[in-house]
Ligand binder design. Sequence first.
Ligand SMILES: N[C@@H](CCC(=O)N[C@@H](CS)C(=O)NCC(=O)O)C(=O)O
Length: 220
Amino acid sequence: MLPVLYSFRRCPYAIRARYTIAYLNVPVNLREVVLKAKPEALLSLGGRSSVPQLVDMDGARYPESMDIILWALSKSNNRIKVNSVWPSDACQRNKMSAWIRYNDVFFKKWLDRYKYADRYTEFSESYYFAQCEVFLRRLNRRLGLRSYLMGEKLSVADISVFPFVRQFAAVNQKRFDESEYDNVKKWLSLFLDSALFNNVVMKKYPMWTSEQENVVFPAR
Ligand SMILES: N[C@@H](CCC(=O)N[C@@H](CS)C(=O)NCC(=O)O)C(=O)O
């Protein structure tokens, strides 16, 4: 028996949860969800049925990606890696949380509008792109001074933010590739070109059904 992770491959929230779980090697049973056909097992938990969600072996439920990340940090046996990506220093943690909040509240809002500009007709796609650039500029400045958001080492802040920047880039890859945000591009490629990301985090799984064998993630 392992904790159950409901996930959706392309969801940036699910990507950051899976990345942390894979990086820290905390095994779970992965249930790949199709948002238009959520499984009864997820719906019957009650309340919100967004993904990712984790249900631990004791029945404790973690309904938000950041809850799952904190859960994985608490469960990992690799304390060196845990202390490296999530140092105990309160000031460092506050800075990481501030980046994550800035991403989740500000950037995500404009990213949705940029991605679905045809639905948000109040302003143009270029307007939404320009709003996203406020975050991109700040990220680019920060990454000009260091390889990762908190310094020379990967942190929970990078893991939590990069899936959203990936999504932003993919809206119009050419525009992103031709943009001035070279430090962001370099940082993003540290993730996107990695074996961990391509072979483990983004590995494709069929939609989960209750008849299916358990899928252990990260794959052994
Ligand atoms: N705040 C949540 C957001 C998760 C979220 O919005 N997931 C989307 C997929 S990317 C989803 O499940 N949408 C369908 C729904 O909310 O029912 C988290 O951090 O986990």
